[in-house]
Ligand binder design. Structure first.
Ligand SMILES: *Cc1c(COP(=O)(O)O)cnc(C)c1O
Length: 228
């Protein structure tokens, strides 16, 4: 037997699953209220197929072109696609064709573009927790006006708030801000109770602060191939 054995995909998946359960238990939360989305950006469709065979149903992508290709290649209606990257206006409607959930709504024009009398798109409003306006997300001060627009846009189901914890800051404090923003949002949108927060390096802290949708990439998939 090899002394050093490669950790397999199924082992990483099981390990993260059990860490999620442990963190939920420690916070007095139910695992059933937490959805794990495996973020597969830059990863080949074959990896998604392997994860699917292991029971994963929720996948996250961040670039439209790449996502569209994988959705078409896999052609599996049992998979649920989440779009987690910045949304360009001209791609918004295309993204909504295959995404059940868009996590990164951060400005009013996107809502107008997604308005529909036929199709329902579930959305998170993304918060920008940095001082850099080039980062995706709405300033927390502008969350409620954006939520009001989302609530009156046909075809939009508002799920809650989404955020990425800024690098170099204590993730617990960042996620505490997200939790407060979520509570504020619920004053105008009582059904928008979900929180999309937590990545490979900080999902434990996010669970402690109430995250319901984790977006985990490299801790499950292994390192991403370098972007081409
Ligand atoms: C890439 C990405 C993730 C996953 O990041 P990991 O650190 O690999 O877990 C989560 N959310 C967003 C918005 C991302 O772009």
């Amino acid at each position: 037997m090899d002394a050093v054995r490669q950790v397999t995909l199924s082992e990483r998946l099981a390990e993260i699953d059990s860490e999620i359960s442990a963190a939920a238990l420690k916070s007095g939360r139910q695992v059933a209220e937490i959805t794990t989305i495996v973020v597969t950006k830059f990863q080949p469709a074959s990896l998604i197929r392997e994860l699917s065979a292991l029971g994963v149903r929720n996948f996250g992508e961040s670039r439209h072109q790449e996502a569209r290709q994988k959705v078409d290649e896999l052609n599996d209606p049992t998979l649920v696609w989440h779009f987690v990257g910045q949304v360009q206006g001209k791609k918004a409607r295309h993204i909504a064709e295959y995404s059940r959930v868009i996590h990164s709504i951060d400005r009013e024009p996107l809502l107008t573009l997604l308005a529909s009398d036929e199709k329902l798109t579930q959305c998170f409003l993304q918060l920008n927790l940095t001082d850099d306006p080039a980062r995706g997300g709405v300033n927390p001060d502008a969350l409620l006006p954006l939520a009001e627009v989302a609530l009156r846009t046909p075809g939009i189901e508002l799920l809650g708030v989404m955020a990425v914890a800024p690098l170099g800051q204590d993730p617990s404090r960042s996620f505490a801000r997200v939790r407060m923003a979520s509570e504020l949002l619920q004053t105008v949108a009582p059904d928008a109770v979900s929180i999309s927060a937590g990545m490979s390096g900080d999902f434990r802290e996010a669970i402690r602060e109430g995250a319901t949708h984790l977006r985990i990439g490299s801790a499950i998939t292994g390192n991403r191939p370098v972007a081409g």
